[in-house]
Design a binder for this molecule. Structure first.
Ligand code: 4AD
Ligand code: MG
Length: 463
C-alpha cells in the first residue's frame, strides 16, 4: 500500500472511497461502547484525522492501550465525514498499536501546558500542536531562504564552524580544544600551550561566517551562508541564544543602498512565502497566542521600510520625551527599548537604521567621510528589534588595516582577510539575518527559546 501522510489523506479527494492506512500518535480518544473516535496526528500537518471504530469489530482490550500519546496504525476506508470540523475520516477495519504511552507518566497527557513548562520537556514538546506548527513554519522558511537566493544567482557557501579568528571582535566565543584542560601542556608563561592543541593554535566556534563569506563573494560574486553560529554572551533575554542560525549573503559590487534593497526584498519574500505555504499553521498560532499575527505579517510585506541614519534616529529618541531605562546620547549602542520605540511607536513600520558611530560597530565596515560613522545598516522589526545587521565593507586596504591596528586586532588572525583588499579589491556589502528572529516574527512567538527545537542558553544544553 502506498505510504500516505495524514496531510495527504486530508487533502487528496481522489482517495475518498479507497482503502488507506493512517499512522501516527493518538491525540485523543472518546466515544462509547458502540463507537470510538480517535484523533490521530502524524506531524505532517497541524490537523488530525478522525478514525471511527465500530466496536462490533474491536474489543475493549484492543482499545485499552490506545491512550493520548500512544502510536498506532489503522487501516480502513477513507470516507466523507458528516461530523463537524473535518471533511473526511477513516472507518477502521484494522488496528495495530506500535507503542503505548502510560497516562500516569506521559507528560503531554493533558492539554494546555505553559510554554515555560514545555521548555523543561523540550525533548517531547515537538509533539504538541504549537511546536508542530512552529517547526513546520521554521522548515518552510529555511526552504524559502535557499529558494530566494538560488533563484537570484547566489551560491550557497559553507563557511567553517571552527575558527582561529574572532569575526565580530565581540570576544564572546566558545573555545574548541582537545587538550586535557585538567593538565594541559604549558608554555614558558605557565599558560596552556595551544601550539600542542589539535590545530596547533587556539580555536573557537565561529560567531559569524562573514569573513570567509567575503572570500567567497570576491570570487563567485554573490554568495550566501546558512549555518549555525555560536556566541557565549551571557545574555538571558527572549531574543538571544548561545547557538543560533544565521543567513549571511555577501555581494561583490553592492553598495549600502543595494544591500538595503536586498534585505528588504528578501525579508518580505520570506514572510510572503510563509503566508502562502503555512496558512494552517499560522492560523493555528494566531488563534492560540497572537490574534494580530496575520495582520502584522501582511502589514510588513506591504509597507516600505523607513530608512534613516543613526544620528537622525538618536534625535527622534531624544525629542520623544520618553523615559528610557538606558538614556540616549549620540554614540550609545541602541538598546532594544530604543529600537522598538522607533519602530512601534514613532514610525509604526520596519526601520533600516544606517551610518552608526564607528566605535560601536565592527572593524570591517566602510568608513564614512566624516571620520566618525561607518556604513552600517540594521533592520529593526516590530516586537523583535534588530533582525538584520549588515554593512557595506571597507574595501580600501590602508583604511581597513588602520582600523585593525587601532583596535589591536592581531595580524596573525587577519592577513588572509586583508588579501581580499590587496588583490583585486571591490566595493562589496552583506548582512546577517538571525534565523530564529525571523521565525519569532513569523510565528508570533515571544521567546526565542520557543522557535528552535533544542535551545542552547546559559546553563541549558541537556537535550
Ligand atoms: O549583528 P550581527 O552580530 O552581525 C554579524 O554577525 C555580521 N557578521 C553579519 C554580516 O554582516 N554578515 O548578527 C546578525 C544577526 C542579528 O541582527 C540578529 O538577528 C542575529 O544575527 N543574532 C542573534 N540571534 C540570536 N541569538 C543571538 N545571540 C544573536 N546575535 C545576533
Ligand atoms: Mg548587530
Amino acid at each position: 500500500m502506498k505510504k500516505t501522510t495524514i496531510k495527504e489523506l486530508l487533502n487528496t479527494p481522489e482517495l475518498i472511497g479507497t482503502e488507506v492506512e493512517a499512522k501516527g500518535w493518538v491525540r485523543t480518544r472518546r466515544g462509547n461502547k458502540h463507537v470510538q473516535f480517535i484523533q490521530l496526528n502524524d506531524g505532517s500537518t497541524s490537523q488530525n484525522i478522525q478514525l471511527v471504530l465500530d466496536m462490533t469489530r474491536f474489543s475493549d482490550s484492543q482499545l485499552k492501550p490506545v491512550t493520548t500519546g500512544s502510536s498506532i496504525r489503522v487501516k480502513g476506508k477513507l470516507v466523507e465525514s458528516l461530523g463537524k470540523g473535518q471533511h473526511c475520516e477513516v472507518q477502521a477495519d484494522e488496528l495495530e498499536v506500535y507503542g503505548t504511552a502510560d497516562p500516569t507518566s506521559y507528560p503531554l497527557q493533558k492539554k494546555g501546558h505553559t510554554l515555560e513548562y514545555l521548555r523543561e520537556i523540550a525533548h517531547l514538546r515537538p509533539r504538541t500542536n504549537s511546536f508542530g506548527s512552529v517547526l513546520r513554519i521554521r522548515s518552510a522558511l529555511a526552504f524559502a531562504i535557499h529558494k530566494y537566493f538560488q533563484e537570484r544567482g547566489f551560491f550557497y557557501l559553507n563557511t567553517p564552524l571552527i575558527t582561529a579568528s574572532d569575526a565580530e571582535g565581540a570576544g564572546a566565543m566558545f573555545q574548541v580544544t582537545t587538550l586535557d584542560m585538567d593538565n594541559p601542556p604549558r608554555n614558558d608563561e605557565g599558560k596552556p600551550d595551544y601550539s600542542k592543541d589539535f590545530f596547533g593554535k587556539h580555536t573557537s566556534l565561529t560567531v559569524s561566517g562573514q569573513l570567509e563569506g567575503e572570500l567567497g563573494a570576491t570570487a563567485l560574486g554573490r554568495i550566501y551562508t546558512f549555518g549555525p553560529t555560536f556566541r557565549a554572551e551571557n545574555s538571558n533575554t527572549p531574543r538571544h541564544l548561545a547557538e543560533f542560525w544565521m543567513i549571511e549573503p555577501e555581494m561583490a559590487f553592492f553598495d549600502i543602498k543595494d544591500n538595503m534593497d536586498l534585505a528588504e526584498d528578501f525579508l518580505k519574500y520570506c514572510i510572503r512565502y510563509a503566508l502562502d505555504t503555512c496558512s494552517t499553521d499560522i492560523a493555528f498560532l494566531e488563534e492560540r497566542f497572537d490574534k494580530g499575527l496575520t495582520e502584522r505579517l501582511r502589514f510588513v510585506i506591504s509597507s516600505d521600510f523607513v530608512r534613516l541614519s543613526y544620528t537622525e534616529g538618536v534625535e527622534i529618541l531624544k525629542a520623544s520625551g520618553k523615559k528610557f531605562e538606558f538614556p540616549v546620547e549620540w554614540g550609545i549602542d541602541l538598546q532594544s527599548e530604543h529600537e522598538r520605540y522607533l519602530v512601534e511607536e514613532h514610525f509604526k513600520r520596519p526601520v533600516i537604521l544606517t551610518d552608526y558611530p564607528k566605535d560601536i560597530k565592527a572593524f570591517y565596515m566602510k568608513q564614512n567621510e566624516d571620520g566618525k560613522t561607518v556604513r552600517a545598516m540594521d533592520v529593526l522589526f516590530p516586537s523583535i528589534g534588530e533582525i538584520i545587521g549588515g554593512s557595506e565593507r571597507e574595501a580600501d586596504y590602508d583604511k581597513l588595516l588602520g582600523r585593525i591596528e587601532e583596535l589591536n586586532i592581531p595580524m596573525k588572525d587577519m592577513w588572509w582577510y586583508l588579501d581580499t583588499r590587496r588583490f583585486g579589491t571591490v566595493p562589496h556589502s552583506g548582512f546577517g539575518l538571525g534565523f530564529e528572529r525571523l521565525v519569532l516574527f513569523v510565528t508570533g512567538m515571544t521567546n526565542i527559546r520557543d522557535v528552535i527545537p533544542f535551545p542552547r542558553t546559559p546553563g541549558k544544553a541537556e537535550f
